[in-house]
Design a protein around this ligand. Structure first.
Ligand code: DAK
Length: 257
């Protein structure tokens, strides 16, 4: 029982490892996930973060229901804040985050996946927000991230009904980017992660910052920010290396400077 981090070159594979409970997150696991994400955010060697669940049944089957059973209002608020902290890190750390959804991604598990930049899923995966069936609502950001990704109408259907969404339907709605046979999911996720790890970390960080602005406020103000980030990259070695490599017909070597 743990949250494991394994390095594969510039890719940090973060695995929620509690398969006996379908990788449901209790406080210990949620705190471990938050702490690992904070460390990885600050670690320049980690270029891409790949989040998955141990075993072949679940990504994360949600927040731990048995733990939540006896929570009071203030404890529930702290619990919600801890889960939101994990999700916010996945959304905002200055490097790509990829969810490899290898099975159930329910409740808080779906919300963690929603906070990742890119979602890849096994064709056996099931996603959903079943909280209403427990007499609660999504509390780790799902009420906001789900409609932004799939639209308000489908999001309400999913949150109100609490029904699980099969991978194929999730793909049709853009809830997951790609689906794969179970055996092909991790190889595909690693291939994408390594492709991204070769790119300029500065450019990816700014691309993430700029595209995340879509989530907030006025597009016109964000066009200005996009210009600023775009222009700033022209003071970097990565920009010079990327363009020189193109002109010289070779692979670029980005150093994040
Ligand atoms: N929590 C605790 N244990 C869980 C769990 C969960 N979410 N999901 C599965 N498990 C445990 C089961 O209890 C079982 O343990 P044992 O009985 O063996 O000890 C073991 O994992 C295997 O599960 P099953 O035997 O049930 O396996 P099945 O294949 O039959 O069924 C299933 C798989 C995923 C359909 C089923 O386990 C299931 O329905 N699980 C619950 C899924 C769920 O409802 N997830 C959403 C949880 S609610 C908030 C803060 C947080 C949240 C909301 C608000 N605020 C503060 C505002 C978040 C809420 C949630 O995530």
């Amino acid at each position: 029982m743990s949250v494991d981090v394994v390095r594969d070159g510039g890719v940090a594979i973060v695995t929620v490892n509690r398969p006996d409970a379908l990788n449901a997150l209790d406080v210990e696991h949620a705190e471990a996930l938050r702490d690992h994400l904070e460390d990885l955010a600050a670690d320049p060697e980690a270029r891409v973060v790949l989040l998955t669940g141990a075993g072949d049944k679940a990504f994360v089957a949600g927040a731990d229901i048995k733990y939540m059973q006896s929570l009071g209002v203030l404890e529930a608020r702290r619990w919600g804040e801890l889960g939101q902290a994990c999700a916010n890190l996945l959304e905002t750390i200055p490097k790509p985050t990829i969810a490899a959804i290898n099975g159930y991604a329910l409740g808080g598990g779906c919300e963690l996946a929603l906070a990742c930049d890119i979602r890849l899923a096994s064709n056996q995966a099931k996603l959903g927000q079943p909280e209403v069936n427990l007499g609660i609502i999504p509390g780790w950001g799902g009420s906001q991230r789900l409609p932004r990704i799939v639209g308000l109408g489908f999001a309400k259907e999913i949150v109100f009904s609490g029904r699980p969404v099969e991978a194929g339907e999730a793909h049709d709605w853009g809830l997951v980017n790609q689906i794969y046979d179970p055996d092909e999911l991790m190889p595909a996720a690693l291939k994408l992660a390594h492709e991204l790890a070769k790119k300029s970390p500065l450019a990816l960080a700014y691309a993430k910052e700029a595209t995340n602005l879509y989530l907030t406020g006025e597009a016109s103000a964000h066009m200005e920010t996009e210009l600023r980030l775009f222009a700033m990259l022209f003071s970097s070695e990565d920009q010079k290396e990327g363009m020189a490599a193109f002109a010289e017909k070779r692979e670029p070597e980005f150093r994040g400077r």
